[in-house]
Design a protein around this ligand. Structure first.
Ligand SMILES: [Mn+2]
Length: 341
């Protein structure tokens, strides 16, 4: 019996060694950010729990990831949060994003690839800021129907989830007025290190900013013209022009077509297909440089039926699985052998 045991242990160790040798072992740190004050629609604060309920942690573990779920952040209610000019609820947004930045920074220091579950897209301010504190050379791949690059002075709605990029880009720093609870935010990304994919609802002011800064964009027109494989090849050519940089993927679920992701606050028809969305994540995973990911704007209260919530959440999970090694051709353990009779 003793012999059997040590033999089994040795085999298990060998199997683990081979797994480590042949497969990239992903270490994932998840933080939930149940926050909705960057926009006006209630419900997006339930995004993290809805995505977890679709089996995110178990499915990541099933494909060989080590997962640490850091739980949900708790955000204080902010009273008397009057607009400052156009931006609405700036104090709550500034405060929540500081917490997100600190949490993401901790997860990066702990050695994980960070997954931030939103919440609305204003949370990218904190997520990218916290990531950049550890990896200042990062590049950003922003997958979204919208550019979210309005400044506090150009925003037509005042919703800060339409503005996060403007606070983060060096070249826009002198266009950003002082807002309460925003003083900790320093620009941390250069325009040349940003790529947009999936755009199809861009305000005129945003369009000007994108052109003025020369930011690389693949609108749905380019996705149609080039195909998603070429889009991803050009995306990586652009962000890795000189050195290999860690990638921050900020994925707004509304980049996908509303038929796939109906449970979201600002759906826009004509979006990415399931296959295009998953291809983006597979391609970025294969670079080995994905360092932090946002999955935002899943809003169960925007669904009209329960099935719409389930569909949106399961698509969100599939995108995250793609970020961590799931490939559609399937896979097998390095020591698998066909059983012999
Ligand atoms: Mn967005």
């Amino acid at each position: 019996m003793m012999k059997m045991h040590s033999h089994d242990t040795a085999r298990a160790a060998l199997r683990l060694f081979r797994t480590l040798l042949h497969q990239q072992l992903h270490s994932v740190g998840i933080i939930g950010a149940p926050f909705c004050r960057g926009q006006q629609r209630d419900g997006v604060q339930h995004g993290p729990d809805v995505i977890r309920a679709a089996g995110l942690v178990r499915k990541l573990e099933d494909q060989g990831c080590r997962v640490k779920d850091y739980g949900n952040l708790k955000f204080e209610e902010v009273t008397n949060d009057q607009p400052i000019g156009r931006p609405k609820t700036p104090r709550a947004v500034g405060l929540a994003n500081k917490q997100v930045a600190d949490a993401v920074q901790k997860i990066k220091k702990d050695g994980h690839t960070c997954v931030m579950l939103g919440g609305d897209h204003s949370l990218a301010i904190g997520s990218i800021h916290g990531h950049a504190a550890c990896r200042p050379e990062l590049s950003v791949v922003w997958v979204d129907a919208h550019a979210d690059i309005n400044t506090p002075l150009t925003t037509p709605t005042g919703n800060i989830h339409g503005q996060p990029m403007s606070y983060l880009i060096h070249e826009l720093h002198d266009k950003i007025p002082v807002l309460p609870n925003f003083s900790w935010i320093q620009p941390c990304v250069e325009a040349k290190d940003i790529v947009y994919i999936g755009l199809r609802d861009v305000d005129p002011e945003e369009h000007y900013i994108l052109k003025y800064l020369g930011i690389k964009t693949f609108s749905m027109t380019e996705v149609d013209r080039l195909g998603i494989a070429q889009v991803m090849e050009q995306t990586c050519d652009h962000v890795f022009s000189k050195i290999k940089k860690p990638i921050h993927l900020s994925f707004d679920i509304d980049a996908l077509d509303p038929s796939l992701a109906p449970a979201t606050g600002t759906p826009v028809t004509g979006g990415l297909t399931y296959r295009e969305g998953v291809y983006i994540t597979e391609h970025l995973c294969q670079t080995g440089l994905l360092s932090a990911i946002d999955l935002v704007e899943v809003n169960p209260k925007q669904a009209t039926r329960d099935e719409e919530i389930k569909l949106t959440a399961s698509v969100a999970v599939d995108l995250l699985l793609g970020c961590f090694g799931r490939v559609r051709e399937g896979s097998h353990g390095a020591d698998y052998k066909i059983p012999e009779p």
